[in-house]
Design a protein around this ligand. Sequence first.
Ligand code: ADP
Ligand code: MG
Length: 417
Amino acid sequence: MSIVKDFLLQLTLMIIPIFSYFTIILEKVKGDRSIKMIMTLLWGVSILLCMSFPVEYGEGARLDIRFIPLLFVTLYLGMWPGLFLSALIIFYRLASGISMGFYSTVLVLVITLPVILYVQRLFLLVKKDRKVTIAAGLSFLYCLCGMTVFGIMNGFSTTVLKVQSIHLLFTVAVTWFCTVLIEKIRETHQLRLEVQDAEKFRVISELTSVFAHEIRNPMQVSRGFLQLLDEPDLPQHKKEYIKVSIEELDRANEIINDFLAFGKPSLNTYGNINVGEQLKRVITLIQTFSVNQQVEFKSDIEDDCWIEANPQKLNQSLINILKNAVESMPDGGTVWITCHPSGDGNITLTIKDQGIGMNPKQVDRLGSPYYSLKEKGTGLGMMVSYQIIRSFKGRIRVESEEGVGTEFVIEFPHIEM
Ligand code: ADP
Ligand code: MG
């Protein structure tokens, strides 16, 4: 029984870094370099534990899968992390004394590491299935190499060969399983990001017609005044006409700017931004969108509201929430928007409407994919907004009552400027 336990422990040691990467590290850690470093350390710990608690088999045979973390780190993170972990394996092995085992460890690493480095570039380019084959193939090669080196050093015997065959099977199977796992989760993760973009472009196309109309308005006003200025009997309010024309053109320009800012492809860059400023921009944008519905916007936004976020993504999430607020009031109403530092180290944003509201069950389902009560809804807006806000370490609370309205309270960690 204890041998099964040992095998399970080894397997668990592989799975923990994979899940930590996709659930915690990718969400919380910013910057590729930091992620690389943390992952290398995590896999390093996993190697040390693997080597400290190997599977004890038969007479003194010990078996571990330290190679798998090394393989993944080299394939996914590159040469330096790979070399670092190789050094770690060698030094840890050295700590338990120089023996035949130590030499064979070094020899096998010296032979296999260059091979892994050689296929690494190719590995990153190929499709999922090929990746699985390559990783499993490299594992097979490593074990085979280990068996040969051990055989040459100690002579071949059937008992040893049996243990080594089990080692080979286990290592290859775990490599195969973990690569499939990594690639599957990566695929899902990628899909999530793509949904964010797709939803953004859907909102853009929905807003485009309204914008075209909104831009045409100021242009027509300016055109009218220019025509008046051309009248032979000079108009009295010449200065006034010019002023209004310029204002209208500025307005058109602003609308275009806001629209472009929203449509820009979002890079994954974070920075210190003033949510208040962004909120004001988003409100102007959504005001244009809801110009034909009797919706009034009242806002109370303080100046000092700095948070760490990506402005385009933040805007995208705020637009989704404001758009829902407008859409929840088919007969018009008021949307209240506030933004201020709340004193407990957070910035609090509230968006409150007088719309149809939701019952507690509906509030619970908010943010799940494809949940929509609208005839032409996608049910992705809230999901994307939630994802984005959480990625900026934000928290969302929703209070809603049917027939009364809905309030979104969003909190972000405040950055002192
Ligand atoms: P969509 O707007 O495409 O339906 P969302 O994910 O933006 O998708 O919203 C999901 C659902 O949540 C909406 O269909 C609506 O029923 C409900 N909802 C969201 N915001 C509000 C709100 N402010 N008031 C009432 N219901 C809302
Ligand atoms: Mg919506």
